[in-house]
Design a protein around this ligand. Structure first.
Ligand code: GLC
Length: 572
């Protein structure tokens, strides 16, 4: 009975179960059909995966993985490789093929703050060009009057003589405005020319290659001081170029003017480069004297690190694309991973990749009109946008929204903003860590208890966390017994050139008693050499002497440059 009852009950329950299952199956079918129909009609945007934390989204992380350089050991390998390349640049046998050229500058020591006087300076290093009037006042105080001029693309890519004519035109305009064009007064001028140059003296430097988007013809291997002077003389302006400096050297000089521990100059702007004070016995290429001070500032031109493929293991497809579409493919590999001229473009290429993989701006870039927007145009995402995007804190993304609207994304979503900020952070952090590793090599090599680095450049100045990211990695990479300081150097390019000129001018005033101003008859190369020779010769005698420069009213201004004269050395 109990068995019968069980069977009966089982039959009943089986039937019930069957009915239930049919019902569920039917519901599932109807549900699936309804879902399929809904999906087909659903707008694209509804597929959006949630990126509340884009960094934890696997697909996006996979794309960005190659750009991460968070491991200090990876940086240590790069440091060793950079130091090897530096040695190759310093050795005469390997210098010609070395990627990091390590040019000796003939500047042997830094200024001490006692220099005073008034000089003109030209600063050419990127798309902007500045003319400056620099007043070096007592107690390391400096007053600047300057004007910025734009260098049009047509001039950057045109004939060299047009470039120098343009510089002379701007100089003349500035001098007229400042009322400096007065008969009988010849102004000394310092030329901050921020491109790789093999220096043959203080006022003689041959361009070894163009960088940062310039390709002017007829300048490589030429003496750029001579070319500038020809253009100045054509305009009948009473100005004599007496010194050429790289912007890194200007930055070091200007920073040392206030802080005697300064041993390194660093630029993080349109391009990137560093210079530092090196011991003469480590400079195999040195062809000058070995008198005291037994040191010389080396313009590293570190932007070219990687040209010999030493950075291939960390380069990404975005770096390769930036390089291939530049005017100098295969060159300035380190610079292209760090500096302001390229950072925005790297971010743009990553955004395009994510769009392509349907991970960003979903449903927002389909129309043919969209492809004409800055987002789809080479160079359309500026590096200043990277700084602006990274300044956003919290969930408002007000800067990021503005930037995205500017590049053609209407009504960006929260996810869009968060992902773009994430990309910017990864790209700028990689750049900061690479630059930090480079600096760590120099600081460890200098190996003094306190080392100050003078830093300038728009990227360093305006990016909200570039400095912090550099310092963070440097704390682990710099020897524990060394304290370092990154010091923003205000207007180093202008002031540094002026400091160098001030010394040259002091010297020329000494020399006038013996012969005419040296640059007039035998060319600037020899003239600069002469200045340098005389500098060493008169160094001892000059300890009490004064020199003259002209102030705004063309009155003679007493100057004291004796200590600074030791910065000038002969290339003999
Ligand atoms: C480029 C130039 C270098 C300059 C740097 C920063 O790398 O080659 O001379 O110092 O940009 O402006």
């Amino acid at each position: 009975m109990s068995t019968l009852a069980t069977i009966l009950q089982d039959e009943i329950s089986t039937a019930t179960l069957q009915k239930g299952l049919y019902a569920i199956a039917a519901c599932t079918l109807i549900g699936a059909a309804a879902y399929a129909g809904y999906k087909a009609a659903e707008p694209e945007t509804k597929h959006l995966p949630s990126h509340r934390h884009p960094e934890s989204n696997e697909q996006i992380e996979k794309v960005l993985e190659a750009l991460r350089l968070d491991d200090d050991d990876k940086l240590r390998v790069i440091m060793q490789s950079l130091e090897r390349e530096m040695e190759l640049g310093l050795s005469p046998a390997t210098h010609p093929t070395a990627d990091v050229k390590m040019f000796a500058t003939y500047v042997r020591s830094t200024a001490d703050g006692s220099e005073t006087g008034q000089v003109l300076a030209l600063d050419l290093g990127g798309t902007n060009f500045r003319v400056l009037l620099v007043d070096l006042l007592p107690q390391s105080k400096v007053e600047l009057t300057s004007k910025i001029f734009v260098i049009p693309q047509s001039i950057m890519l045109g004939e060299g003589s047009y470039l120098f004519r343009h510089l002379a035109d701007c100089l003349m305009e500035f001098m007229n405005k400042e009322n400096l064009n007065k008969p009988g007064v010849r102004y000394p001028l310092g030329f901050t020319f921020s491109f790789p140059c093999k220096q043959e003296g203080l006022a003689s430097a041959r361009l070894s290659t163009w960088t940062k988007g310039f390709t002017c013809s007829g300048v490589v291997n030429e003496d750029v001081v001579k070319m500038l002077q020809v253009a100045i003389d054509e305009k009948n302006i009473n100005v004599q170029c007496v010194a050429l400096v790289n912007d890194t050297v200007g930055t070091l000089m200007a920073c040392a003017y206030k802080d005697p521990n300064t041993e390194i100059g660093l630029i993080l702007g349109t391009g990137t480069n560093a210079c530092y004070m090196e011991k003469l016995d480590r400079v195999g290429t040195w062809d000058g004297d070995y008198n005291d001070p037994k040191q010389v500032i080396i313009n590293m031109e570190w932007g070219a690190f990687g040209n010999n493929h030493r950075l291939n293991h960390i380069r990404t497809k975005y770096d390769e694309e930036v390089d291939l579409s530049s005017v100098n493919p295969g060159k300035q590999i380190f610079e292209k991973m760090i500096s302001g001229m390229y950072m925005g473009e790297i971010v743009r290429l990553i955004m395009l990749d994510l769009i392509h993989q349907n991970l960003l701006f979903i449903g927002k870039c389909n129309g043919s009109e969209d492809f004409k927007t800055p987002l789809f145009t080479r160079g359309g995402f500026y590096t200043k946008y990277v700084s602006s995007v990274e300044m956003d804190e919290g969930i408002g993304f007000s800067n990021t929204r503005r930037v995205l609207e500017d590049i053609g994304i209407r009504n960006p979503s929260y996810d869009d903003c968060a992902i773009v900020q994430h990309i910017c952070k990864i790209v700028s952090k990689r750049a900061a860590r690479l630059a930090g590793a480079g600096l760590a090599v120099l600081i460890n090599r200098i190996n003094k208890p306190n080392v100050t680095v003078g830093v300038d450049g728009s990227l360093y100045r305006y990016h909200p966390r570039f400095k912090r990211n550099m310092e963070k990695c440097m704390q682990n990479l710099v020897s524990k017994n060394i304290k370092f300081l990154l010091q923003l150097s205000n207007d180093g390019s202008g002031i540094g050139a002026a400091l160098t000129v001030a010394a040259a001018e002091a010297l020329s005033n000494q020399e006038k008693t013996k012969r005419s101003y040296p640059l007039s008859d035998d060319g600037s190369g020899k003239g600069a050499g002469l200045i340098a020779v005389v500098a060493s010769r008169y160094l001892q005698q000059l300890s009490q002497s004064t020199s003259t420069l002209h102030n705004h009213n063309n009155e003679k201004v007493p100057t004291q440059f004796q200590k600074h004269l030791s910065t000038l050395q002969s290339p003999m």
